[in-house]
Design a protein around this ligand. Structure first.
Ligand code: IPD
Ligand code: CA
Ligand code: CA
Length: 273
């Protein structure tokens, strides 16, 4: 496949946002309609809107972006290794969606291996959308967005999330959550990794961390953060492969302070009750 120029990537990002808008309208129509909830795990939910959104995304990718591989949450897929991959989450924040909470979105990120190239995130109940293309900036509702300039944890608002196995696994993020809650102005837990990253990119959150994620949760939001001037690492501070599932995203200025706090609690007893 030919190397994609900045212009090509910008065009792909515009196409992705159009596709994501259409899927977002579909799920929005089902929100707060008493939709039946199915369980993929004890607390891991899915609805017919997750599946319908994914079917629509796949159909549009076939029509408009046939040169890329596709991996999507509900029906899977495998990267061929020969083409960039569209990692799609047809409904990020299903638990929120199922309970009538407005914090959910459609998230699509194009990655070449681990390198983020283009991104679209659309949250219909919040009337907000984010787009990014490598080298061309990050955009919130069509206006350029940038990370915050907050320099200390004391002045910061952070975000995180908890894994679906937190009821049964001791690596549950609770001690990290407590430690950072005590050192900041607050740690939010709003239930959509893609939107948590975008709110970091727009400067609402100063940093966001989470473990045990999937590539489709972060492929789009990671690029929005980078293009908004933010920093990414794994939870130890090493360069991150966004497909790996654990990451810290920040405005850059509070990055080391968050890493230090995460490191300090790592040896502490887990909170399991
Ligand atoms: C979930 C959300 C949540 C995060 C979970 C994800 P889903 O995605 O992004 O914020 O904490 O780890 O799996 O299941 O709603 O698509
Ligand atoms: Ca998700
Ligand atoms: Ca999902």
């Amino acid at each position: 496949m030919k190397t994609l120029s900045s212009n090509d990537l910008d065009e792909v990002a515009h196409t992705l946002i159009e596709i994501a808008r259409e899927a977002a309208a579909l799920i929005h129509a089902g929100w707060r309609t008493g939709v039946e909830i199915e369980h993929k795990g004890a607390i891991d939910l899915v609805t017919r809107f997750d599946r319908a959104s994914e079917d629509l995304l796949r159909a549009r990718f076939r029509e408009r972006l046939p040169g890329f591989d596709v991996v999507a949450e509900e029906s899977g897929g495998a990267p061929s290794g020969e083409r960039p991959v569209l990692w799609a989450d047809p409904l990020d924040g299903t638990t929120n969606f199922a309970h009538g909470h407005p914090f959910f979105c459609v998230s699509i990120g194009l990655l070449d291996g681990a390198t983020p190239l283009a991104a679209a995130v659309v949250a219909p109940a919040l009337s907000v959308e984010y787009r990014a293309a490598r080298g061309s900036g990050a955009w919130r509702n069509g206006v350029a967005c940038a990370v915050s300039r907050t320099a200390t944890l004391r002045e910061s608002m952070l975000a995180t999330g908890f894994p679906y196995d937190s009821h049964t696994c001791d690596e549950n993020n609770l001690r990290e959550f407590c430690a950072l809650t005590r050192r900041t102005q607050g740690v939010r837990r709003c239930g959509s990794a893609a939107l948590d990253l975008c709110l970091t990119a727009e400067g609402t959150y100063d940093a966001y961390w989470e473990a045990k994620l999937k590539p489709w949760d972060v492929a789009a939001g990671a690029l929005v953060v980078l293009e908004a001037g933010g920093a990414l690492s794994d939870l130890e501070g090493n360069p991150v492969d966004v497909r790996a599932g654990s990451l810290l995203a920040s405005n850059g200025r509070v990055h080391d302070a968050v890493l230090r706090a995460l490191r300090e609690v790592r040896g502490a007893p887990q909170i399991t009750v």
